[in-house]
Ligand binder design. Structure first.
Ligand code: PEP
Length: 260
């Protein structure tokens, strides 16, 4: 038994409405309430954090945000700081999602700074890393993921990185319906843990490494059964109550499975 609890985090991206969020959680929360041994969270868009915080109250499902600014407050029009997220009840915050990196130009150093700021505020940052299809074809997967991790290691050290979570999300699998095979994902998760282990073996073993990229009800179990996959970061399927509940159930079942 590796001692790491499975976790499933839903990333709603820029989706939802007051009505749709209430309907989704109304259907979802009773299904999640019966699951044991798994830590669950959802990350709605900023305008819905307060609504979703209220709806999650007493459910055991945590609240997360999808981004934060490195500054705490001031003249940064359109941005949101870590303390604001805390005040609204967030426990998690996604950092360096591939859409932020590719569409909004977030480089490794900015992502590392966001990670550090989130940790300092008492949030649990989820550091997203992953390679593009072209990088994978060129055999650069480990190199790309290592560089993304090294930036955070330089800024926060291994104790900092291990205090948050990592999500391995191959860019080619996000929102495409194409999933890394359990073996492909496991190989990169192992690489990440070995890299952390070069700095601190105990912390490397304790670090939660989630997989993200077209996780669905029918592939979650095989992915979560891999020894270094500690759960999932779920995009599209987190917007469908039945699909997200099934994925969370797959994680819960893995947790209960007796380990060799
Ligand atoms: C994501 O946005 O982090 C993600 C994994 O999306 P999807 O599950 O839709 O591929």
């Amino acid at each position: 038994m590796n001692g790491r609890r499975k976790r499933v985090v839903g990333n709603w991206k820029m989706n939802g409405s007051l009505t749709a969020n209430a309907a989704l959680l109304d259907e979802l929360l009773p299904q999640l309430a019966v699951l044991e041994g798994v830590e669950l969270a959802v990350c709605p868009p900023f305008p819905y954090l307060a609504q979703v915080a209220a709806l999650l109250e007493g459910s055991g499902v945590a609240l997360g945000a999808q981004n934060l600014n490195v500054a705490t407050k001031g003249a940064f029009t359109g941005e949101v700081g870590a303390e604001m997220l805390k005040e609204l009840g967030c426990r998690y915050v996604l950092v360096g999602h591939s859409e932020r990196r590719s569409l909004y130009g977030e480089c490794d150093e900015v992502v590392a700074e966001k990670f550090a700021v989130a940790l300092a505020a008492g949030l649990l940052p989820v550091l997203c890393v992953g390679e593009t299809q072209a990088q994978r074809r060129q055999g650069q997967t480990e190199q790309v993921v290592s560089a993304q991790l090294q930036a955070v290691l330089r800024r926060s050290g291994v104790q900092g990185l291990a205090a948050g979570l990592i999500a391995y999300e191959p860019v080619w699998a996000i929102g495409t319906g194409e999933t890394a095979s359990p073996e492909q994902a496991q190989a990169v998760h192992r690489h990440i843990r070995v890299l952390l282990g070069e700095f601190d073996r105990e912390r490397a073993e304790a670090t939660a490494i989630l997989y993200g990229g077209s996780v669905k009800a029918d592939n979650a179990q095989a992915l979560f059964a891999q020894p270094d996959i500690d759960g999932g970061l779920i995009g599209g399927a987190s917007l469908e109550a039945a699909a997200f509940a099934a994925i969370c159930q797959a994680a819960s079942q893995q947790q209960e499975r007796p380990q060799p």
